[in-house]
Design a protein around this ligand. Structure first.
Ligand code: GLY
Length: 356
């Protein structure tokens, strides 16, 4: 589909029942993924029309470098400008990454040792941190790389260490939300917002954890991060509720399994993360899972039918089950991590062939 350029209309998801595309402005946490997809399709195909579109759309996002209303500046800016940097060395994009990281650090609380995720529900949650927030740390590591200022990396490390201490259960799975006390810095509640229940394992949250700690290992070489990524990956891959095709139900503990909706986005995030985890561990099981997911998602069951006029690639993701929002439909971030998994796998092959 030749998706129309619209500064306020980043495609986020689509209802296949009504054929309505949900469009969002750049302040939405998902805005950067569409731009990242254009960059990645350019990287995969070399078709400059995608690059031109990406540059255009990215310009609509620059103002997000000032948006300090949530932690999502990382997803937005690194998923778009960050992807642009992988194919074009642009001084301007680097400056935007550094400014955005500056904005993200304003949400860091020294006593807690974490970046605050959300500002809503302030009367219930004193200082909420969600596992998804691990993904935003790449913006900080990138900013240190581009500016030479260690402040960003140090904050990322403190956040990762606090998450490592408080977010995980003994079986390797992650809670969704940890609420902190800002006076003592202690974790006081471990709950969910998007999962089935407080002590369940929301599938995409597990994928954010594995991706986030693997990425932190890349920048720090701290083995504790690698160990956590492996523990959570094993929880996910060996779970008795993971279907044979590798695409999880939206939450591993939904009591309606096997009739619960799947989440292709959780599988795509995990597939991309596990290509990288394989690089560090050489554990074939990780690569096997990624290969299986790429294969499943490339099948007719998951690829969106070409007759559907839309900017999406994949079907069957679940956005927010508790709110009954975006259930079993195309969602933009599934496409983003699916493309990234394919690109990472290609790169892996390239480097492995080089060393033969
Ligand atoms: N970061 C929000 C989500 O994964 O739905």
């Amino acid at each position: 589909m030749d998706y129309p350029i619209d500064s306020l209309g980043f495609p986020r998801s689509m209802s296949l029942k009504t054929a309505v595309i949900k469009k969002v402005p750049s302040k939405d946490w998902t805005s950067g993924f569409f731009v990242g997809n254009l960059w990645q399709i350019y990287q995969l195909t070399g078709d400059v029309r995608f690059k031109e579109r990406a540059v255009f759309w990215n310009a609509f996002m620059e103002k997000e470098k000032f948006n300090n209303h949530s932690h999502d500046v990382g997803f937005k800016v690194f998923g778009s400008f960050g992807k642009g940097l992988e194919v074009a060395d642009k001084a301007k994009y680097k400056a935007i990454v550094v400014k955005s990281a500056e904005t993200l650090t304003t949400r860091f609380n020294k006593k807690v040792g974490s970046i605050r995720s959300w500002d809503f529900n302030k009367d219930i949650w004193e200082f909420p941190v969600i596992i998804d927030n691990m993904m935003n740390l790449e913006l900080l590591f990138g900013a240190t790389k581009f500016s030479g200022n260690e402040k960003f990396k140090n904050i990322a490390i403190q956040h990762a260490n606090t998450t490592l201490k408080n977010h995980f259960r003994n079986n390797g799975s992650s809670y969704h939300v940890v609420v902190y006390d800002t006076i003592s810095g202690a974790a006081k509640n471990k709950i969910t917002y998007q999962g089935f229940k407080d002590d369940s394992s929301w599938a995409r949250g597990q994928s954010w954890a594995v991706y986030g700690f693997t990425m932190c290992y890349r920048y720090t070489k701290d083995l504790a991060y690698l160990k956590q990524a492996e523990a959570t990956a094993k929880y996910f891959m060996n779970n008795e509720n993971l279907p044979e095709d590798g695409i999880p139900y939206w939450d591993f503990n939904d009591t309606s399994i096997p009739n619960a909706p799947r989440d292709a986005s959780a599988a795509a995030v995990m597939a991309s993360a596990l290509v990288e985890l394989y690089k560090y561990t050489k554990n074939e099981a990780y690569l096997n899972y990624s290969n299986k997911v790429i294969q499943t998602l490339s099948s007719d069951k998951y690829l969106l039918n070409k007759s559907v006029n839309s900017p999406f690639i994949l079907n069957h993701s679940t956005g927010d089950w508790p709110k009954k929002d975006e259930i079993d439909e195309p969602i933009i971030y599934a496409d983003y991590y699916f493309l990234e998994a394919i690109i990472r796998k290609k790169a892996l092959k390239f480097y492995e062939n080089q060393s033969l």
